[in-house]
Design a protein around this ligand. Structure first.
Ligand code: FES
Length: 252
């Protein structure tokens, strides 16, 4: 259930070029959020809340971690918040990844790029608890944009790709050859062109796609975030019905 809470900030620090890690204290969110969900964060002097993906939860210390990229005035102001400041959030929001049919030793692929990487880390945390075998392919523009390599490696087999080849494999995440693997599902998060490429390359698998497009109103009122689906209604709203959809459902 979505709740409005004012949460103390544990830390807010830069972890890569233009990328920041924000840790908040919340027993409710750390115990109730599922991977793929996000929080709507209110930033002082900005009317619209910003949707930020959940990158990790820690149920021992009751914290929730959000990773965000500085992409405009809202997130530029968010970096000025310090430890012990408070943040007004709504959440956890959105439909998350479906993990119900996964069992111990099933093999899955997690594949994402840029700001689509954070939700995959939360997902990897949950899958590691279920003892699911993961191969994670993470794409970044270049080495300076890369984050959480060690955190992912602690959870499973991790392959890094950079567009310019400054670290890991050179090229896009969909360029990585995984033909020797036998995945049950894939889970992907990132910009639309990447999701399209993933859906096409892994058309033989059932998968889940999380759309990282910036929302408008974020509450289902403005139709800024619609995507075509096979559903009778024709279109669904990412902010209300997503951000996660099954690969069979969406027409991209
Ligand atoms: Fe306004 Fe989704 S962002 S309807």
């Amino acid at each position: 259930m979505i709740r409005k809470e004012v949460l103390p900030i544990v830390s807010n620090k830069q972890i890569a070029h233009e990328s920041y890690e924000l840790v908040l204290k919340s027993e409710y969110i750390s115990s109730s959020a599922i991977p793929g969900q996000f929080l709507h964060v209110s930033i002082r002097n900005h009317t619209l809340r910003r949707p930020l993906s959940i990158a990790a939860v820690d149920q021992i210390n009751d914290t929730v971690t959000l990773l965000y990229k500085v992409v405009g005035s809202g997130t530029s102001d968010l970096i000025t918040y310090n430890e012990n400041d408070e943040l007004d959030v709504l959440g956890p929001s959105g439909n998350g990844f479906v993990l119900d049919d996964l069992e111990k030793n099933d093999e899955v692929l997690l594949i994402g790029g840029g700001i689509g990487v954070p939700p995959l880390h939360f997902l990897a945390q949950k899958l590691a608890q279920k003892q699911v075998k993961m191969t994670m392919v993470l794409g970044f523009l270049s080495k300076e944009y890369m984050f959480y390599e060690a955190e992912f490696k602690a959870l499973g087999h991790t392959i890094i790709a950079t567009d310019n080849g400054s670290y890991g494999e050179k090229g896009r995440v969909t360029d990585v050859d995984l033909s020797d693997y036998n995945f049950k599902h894939y889970y992907s998060c990132g910009p639309l062109p990447m999701l399209k490429a993933v859906k096409e390359k892994y058309a033989h698998l059932s998968g889940f796609l999380s759309f990282e497009e910036r929302f408008g109103c974020g509450v289902g009122a403005c139709f800024a975030c619609v995507i075509p689906t096979k559903d009778d209604a024709g279109y669904k709203k990412i902010c209300q019905n997503g951000p996660v959809f099954s690969s069979e459902e969406v027409l991209i």
